[in-house]
Design a protein around this ligand. Structure first.
Ligand code: HEM
Length: 187
């Protein structure tokens, strides 16, 4: 429970920060959102500031898509034989099944520019939209699906949002997290 709840969330945070450093245009957009949603003079982030942070939510979803912390979910056991019609293969009863959420969420047949970090793909008509990660859209399964789906989704999303938002808030005075200009990634 501790491992399931901590390592996963901090991995998403680490990958989100790495992607933001690599994608300065995303970083600038996100910082603009932070400034817009936190009135001048405010010392820490407050719950009501999260309401307008749609882009933050899309950044986290895109991080989960490219870097799911449980890339093979957890092993599942097939209780009865199952034939996957479209691919023509049979999964026998008693088989251990690994589902690659990583490969599914980078499948170019499903995702446009699948290898690109593009949070905008989740924003349509001014709202964060499908695909949804609560197990209904099988092309995006960072938390799994079905009866054994992760029970910590809401807690995980809230804690990742709070930490990322708080970090961006502290650094809001900077033009961007432009650490690449001072740190040579080759060293
Ligand atoms: C970004 C954060 C997280 C991710 C990506 C994640 C992902 C997952 C995945 C993929 C599974 C397996 C689902 C399946 O195989 O169908 C799982 C199971 C589980 N997760 Fe999470 N998780 C996260 C955060 C959390 C948090 C914060 C908690 C608790 C506070 C938690 C508790 C659990 C538990 C208890 C299970 C086992 C459920 C079962 O077997 O019935 N997870 N998680």
């Amino acid at each position: 429970m501790f491992t399931a709840g901590t390592e996963t969330s901090y991995l998403v945070l680490e990958f989100a920060m790495a992607e933001l450093m690599l994608h300065q245009e995303t970083m600038v957009k996100l910082q603009a959102d932070v400034r817009r949603n936190t009135p001048r003079g405010q010392e820490t982030v407050a719950e009501e500031n999260f309401t307008g942070m749609m882009y933050l939510n899309a950044v986290i979803k895109e991080t989960l898509r490219l870097h799911p912390p449980s890339p093979l979910l957890v092993p599942h056991l097939s209780l009865e034989e199952c034939v996957v019609d479209s691919y023509g293969y049979t999964i026998p009863a008693g088989a251990t099944v690994f589902i690659s959420a990583w490969a599914i969420s980078r499948d170019p047949m499903v995702w446009e520019a699948a290898e690109e970090f593009m949070p905008e793909r989740f924003i349509q008509k001014g709202a964060v939209m499908a695909p949804d990660f609560t197990g209904k859209d099988f092309n995006f399964l960072p938390f799994g699906s079905g009866r054994r789906i992760c029970p910590g989704i809401n807690f995980a999303m809230a804690s990742i949002e709070i930490v990322l938002f708080a970090g961006l808030f502290v650094l809001r005075g900077l033009a961007a997290w432009n650490w690449l200009s001072v740190i040579d990634p080759n060293q």
